[in-house]
Design a protein around this ligand. Sequence first.
Ligand code: SF4
Ligand code: SF4
Ligand code: SF4
Ligand code: FES
Length: 957
Amino acid sequence: MSTAFKTYQRAKDLGTPAPDVGTKLILLTIDGEQVTVPEGTTVLRAAALNGINIPKLCATDSLEPFGSCRLCLVEIEGMKGLPASCTTEAKAGMKVTTQNAKVAKTRRNVMELYISDHPLDCLTCPTNGDCELQDMAGAVGLREVRYGYAGENHLDAKKDTSNPYFTFDPSKCIVCSRCVRACEEVQGTFALTIQGRGFESKVSPSQNQPFLDSECVSCGACVQACPTATLSEVGLIEKGVPERSVITTCAYCGVGCSFRAEMKGQEVVRMVPNKDGQANHGHSCVKGRFSFGYATHKDRIKKPMIRETIHEPWREVSWDEAFTFAANKIKGIQAKYGKGSVGGITSSRCTNEETYLVQKLVRAAFGNNNVDTCARVCHSPTGFGLKATLGESAGTQSFDSVMKSDVIVVIGANPTDAHPVFASQMKRRLREGANLIVLDPREIDLVRSAHVEADYHLQLRPSTNVAVVNALAHVIMSEGLEAKQFIAERCDNDGFKAWKDFILDPVNSPEHVFEETGVPPEVVRGAARLFASKPNGAIYYGLGVTEHSQGSTTVMAIANLAMCTGNIGREGVGVNPLRGQNNVQGSCDMGSFPHELPGYRHVSDAATRALFGNEWGVQIDANPGMRIPNMFDAAVAGTFKAMYIQGEDVAQSDPDTHHVTNALSSLECMIVQDIFLNETAKFATVFLPGSSFLEKDGTFTNAERRISPVRKVMEPLAGLADWEVTQRLAQALGYPMSYTHPREIMDEIARLTPTFTGVSYEKLDKLGSIQWPCNDKAVNGTPTMHIGEFVRGKGLFKVTPYVPTDEVTTRKYPLLLTTGRILSQYNVGAQTRRTENGKWHDEDVLEIHPHDAEQRGIEDGDWVGLQSRAGETVLRAVISERIQPGVVYTTFHHPFSGANVVTTDNSDWATNCPEYKVTAVQASKVTKLSDWQLKFAKFTEEQLGHLNRARQPENVS
Ligand code: SF4
Ligand code: SF4
Ligand code: SF4
Ligand code: FES
């Protein structure tokens, strides 16, 4: 890869957004040239579209025009004065002159005023070479400042460096308001205002606070919008203007934002959200834009390591020795304990191609179906529930669909923290007037935040989702609000009749379930009427739905609710699971489940087995393999002896930590492929260094089934990309794999999977991204599913009785613990804990209602022991009214907090997805750490010692 200097080019800015979709074109004349543009286009944009760049400062194409800087003025025949081209709509027959002596002089005067109050440090300014103010000074031909620089100015204004990722230098501010508008229009946080008037006006975060202490969530939209160096990325300040950029996809959450990785040599200078990104349209959150430093963190392990047992030091070895060692162990164990004594776990953080290879290795080289994925612990009920009712196990819509929704229901999801870019889009639609219904035990941000307020918040008790969703449907059906024609034409008649009889039973009425759910009947009735009364109702849900003993039942109840209101099969409606990790959709699509080959085809189907078996040159086992919990149980029982885990940290993420770590310690061989020595790797005997998303090619599939390209921007730090590691392990096991590039793996997936037959790297390059199914029937993909007909033919209503969980409160455990995520951290935190994001969240805390805290003598900041029947941990208390009395809440981003020491082995009846969201606990004030935490600290110290000894030069073979 060349590191030679190239001229840096920022993405083209057309000045104002595209007009709302309209097909009519108009003809006008700009500088004597006839140009055609869509009706509603501004003069500024019309000129830019035709290669004429009118100078501008306050306008940018991600924001509505504002018309404050007066730099973009033009002459228009028949119009008085010099109108601002950014706020003037182009009209048919208009004659525009963008440059003449009068226009030029006025622009120079404007620029002169700006520059007279601007530091003259261009040569040493961090954005030298990437500054619109500098460019505009050149564009208008400013050569002198007649007023001098000695007048009243802002040059001494103090710089704010409180935010770890960007600085705010008000001495360079031209008060164009682009930052304020970006925070409002794009992000929807409203953290910035312009305080004061005239010369006194200045940008102010919240109540004139430092950025870090303000309401700012560090999305960076203001930094991207700023045309000067006032708001500048620290990466740019430290590394200088980038040389090249590569389009790739964020490796954090299931929104799947597209980015331009802006590079200098092998270093990332900054990540800039891609304006053409079809999931994010140029926006991002703090994680995708700023939190990429983990990729080159000093904790990265770059050499393979092996050891015989977990109580001895690691030995750094060559790749060849590591593969031979691992393969010999697997072969030896299979010879001794049988073919089924080994298995693998694929990763929802890795690419589709890598995940496909791991399940192929398990099925073809291990010779069994013992493969599972972390979707087991998050969205497996989605797959089950949506497949049973709609016929396809994925979400039905594009994110953009929300812009056509009239009423939005959010169930058990916290989009502003877990899916922030989609949350910004949803909030935009809500500000436009769509209604909002939230079902959540906590008062999540969406319930009440700047310019957004839920019409109904159904603050249900954890574990009662099914009862509340059934009650909503009961009201709709009993009041005759259902979509009769849709049901008659699109749904299975027998299924509907059975469901109708069930749902009309008074046991499902809001009044009957009130005592159980805690949601007042009139609130349920109001919400149901609102949902049924609007033309387009969309449902979004998250892990607060799936991670329950009745997770699959709730998913089916949600599908019933959508079908009975006719909210499937067009834009603005649908059932939309908000997938947690970047590629959790993809890992499921790629055949990571023990009973399904890629494309969700059951292993018991002989034709499917023959298809894959012929391509792979093996006989595929017809029996489903073990799920993750079964593998752990079998390991503890002594019948399961080896695992290959790629990019997952089950020791931290899976419930009932005692059981998981017992299982991992019982294995004879554990092969972990990861970028860090995570909690699971501390139990490994083979460590194969992984590669970050910046170091490899492949694809991720987001929550809207959108397959997006992941492109290598730097060489793998350990020498091999993840797909190459799996391939070499397969070869060492004696199974031939010989791909030369991940595109060949995608070609194989497309050959074997009907929903992917039209997918190729060439098409991805052409279209930017593709939503599956993509095949002969949908050559460019499928944004909206179930149009005209459900994938399964007729939509199938399923009877969804409410069955209370066994995990009930008792005198010993009188509180219910529920868990969730926070914006600045991601999942087990292995990546985000190795960035500056700890500034916002450096420990997991226990949120407790003031009433419960008072009863226990707990004050804000006290250490609290949290006990369940599974285990005990200690966390710091935060007293909060966001949760209801009787419920406590924590996150699980830090291993030492041990949230999963407390969660139990209860799980969804259909899929074994753990019931993370409901654990009966007691909380009490304590003064010392739990026994588990003391043991954890000791084990961690031992394992870090083993790692450090391996890194001594004399131990490297
Ligand atoms: S900080 Fe930047 S974007 Fe905001 S008003 Fe100042 S110059 Fe404009
Ligand atoms: S970083 Fe985002 S949230 Fe913070 S002020 Fe800027 S636009 Fe607003
Ligand atoms: S919203 Fe998700 S995909 Fe987008 S930048 Fe943030 S973490 Fe990345
Ligand atoms: S760009 Fe049009 S007034 Fe500023």
